[in-house]
Ligand binder design. Sequence first.
Ligand code: 4NP
Length: 161
Amino acid sequence: MSNEATKPIKILFVCLGNICRSPAAEGVMRKQAQEKGLDDQIEIDSAGLGNWHVGDLPDRRMRTAAATRGYNLTHHARQITKKDFDRFDLIIGMDEENVKALKRLAPSAEAQKKVVRMTAYSTIRPRPATVPDPYYGTTRDFDYALDLLEDACQGLIDHLF
Ligand code: 4NP
């Protein structure tokens, strides 16, 4: 196998604040990859479009909901930069607004092609349009986001490997 074939795929999950959905996606993907023995084939990170929460741990409500399912979310929020479009192979937005903002930010047409919507990998039918922002929601909204993320991460792994 050539080096190219064994190079890990680099995936960046992106949402608005980088404290609810995208750090949860990162944690879910990391655990699923570990469980499938794929950890050295995938590099995972997350970032936010906004800078309001830079340096913060994920929202306590998301950390609690995730911990119930065995995910330990330790990411510290950061804002996406143009360099991320070079560093990552796939840049996955949680909703249509994220995808639009990412495509506007992309420094080239080639970079734009790396931008995908998380629910493009959903196996649930009918396919959910977005991973809705739970920030102003209830416990149920955080759980629903995790349901969607677990399913879409599984779909993403199946798509990639
Ligand atoms: P996230 O949720 O994009 O899933 O991290 C949000 C977190 C914070 C804010 C909005 C969405 N905010 O406006 O501060």
